[in-house]
Design a protein around this ligand. Sequence first.
Ligand SMILES: *[C@@H]1O[C@H](CO)[C@@H](O)[C@H](O)[C@H]1NC(C)=O
Ligand SMILES: *[C@@H]1O[C@H](CO)[C@@H](O)[C@H](O)[C@H]1NC(C)=O
Ligand SMILES: *[C@@H]1O[C@H](CO)[C@@H](O)[C@H](O)[C@H]1NC(C)=O
Ligand SMILES: *[C@@H]1O[C@H](CO)[C@@H](O)[C@H](O)[C@H]1NC(C)=O
Length: 383
Amino acid sequence: MLQSLGATLGILSLAYAHAAPHTIRLQAVAPRNDLSLGKRALDPTTIPLADHFLGTDLQWFGNITVGTPPQTLPMVFDTGSSTLEFASTLCEACSHQVQFDPTKSSTFVDGGAIRTITFATGGGVDPVIGDNYQLTLRNGTDTVSIGGLSAPDVSLFLVIDQTPKFDPNPYSGIQGLGARAQGLFGSLVDQGLPALFSMYFTPKEVGNAEMTLGGIDDTKFIGSPIFAPTSSSGSAWVLDSPSLSVNGKTNPLLSTPRNIIFDSGTSNILFSTNTTEAIYALISPDIKPNPKEPGAYGIACDMIPSLPAVIDMAFTSQDGMLFNLTIPSSELSVGPFADDPSICQTLINAFDGLDLVGGSLMKHWYTIWDLENRRIGFAPAKL
Ligand SMILES: *[C@@H]1O[C@H](CO)[C@@H](O)[C@H](O)[C@H]1NC(C)=O
Ligand SMILES: *[C@@H]1O[C@H](CO)[C@@H](O)[C@H](O)[C@H]1NC(C)=O
Ligand SMILES: *[C@@H]1O[C@H](CO)[C@@H](O)[C@H](O)[C@H]1NC(C)=O
Ligand SMILES: *[C@@H]1O[C@H](CO)[C@@H](O)[C@H](O)[C@H]1NC(C)=O
């Protein structure tokens, strides 16, 4: 999920899987200078991810544990935000989620500070309107573990209230994984884990989605990854794109350079209205805004199978080479609108001032998020 205004960017998305442990071979991990200070390197770990699927793949999520003794909580791993927050027993509105009970953890420390956060992108494909995705949080610290790796005294937030838009989510919260290591991941890196993680988000019918912390699972992609440097010095994962093409065509607006945020916690794509409409114009004049859901567009579902809608996003690799990340036509529909099931929603929502890609791209590309070298690697996912 992408956090609104002033806050970091973030979202929600993941595929149902019970992956056996994999052998991870590391590539391109720079040697760590601090190992000489007596730190032992941590081995990479891979956890399986489940897919929140509602006619379309929405979010991929996997388990962490919090507290002593450990309480298991399903989380979205969100490159669009940086903090850790999850439903707690202090939240009456969170009864649909697995709730963390701080009174049952001997290592929980209550911070007592309350704040709210609002998201600019939500958990599904619906546009976010006003503050319909808002969490009220209380801070604290506790031990947090993932895939057998553990960190003490991690800063976290208990959700103490939430808006009803969160009700359908099969996960308890969001583990931010911004481009600056902090919280759980920061602590694991301090303990000697290589400062990168990789995501394999697959469509539901493929399954076996996974996330590897501290390494790369090279059984999950084809060829060698191409790396592109991030253009932001902050915690957002941003790549510069010189141009977009649709079905092999571009135009002056689409070939205007733009900064695109990569957000593993958002399922849809968001572009400014001008870009959104320029892309749809190259697919079909029948793709129209849905006035009941500002920012969403759609077309008669029965037209979708015959529409070519290949979107190529160009990026520049760290070696100065242009490459495309391609989203195939099969992603055009994200499913029927609730208010009119004969109309299918299309994959881009208009959101002025934001260019962002999420799950619909990452379903086709294995992604490597390299904090140490501030770059993202891509290789076609083995599906
Ligand atoms: C998370 O843990 C629960 C309870 O232990 C388990 O049923 C579920 O399969 C796990 N989910 C994943 C994605 O591993
Ligand atoms: C909670 O937040 C307050 C105010 O920012 C801070 O002073 C305190 O250290 C935090 N406590 C914990 C346990 O994180
Ligand atoms: C990217 O895709 C566009 C449109 O299909 C194509 O014209 C261009 O040559 C591609 N670029 C690369 C580097 O493959
Ligand atoms: C498209 O819209 C955005 C947001 O309103 C604006 O910043 C940008 O300059 C526009 N781009 C072009 C090429 O007109």
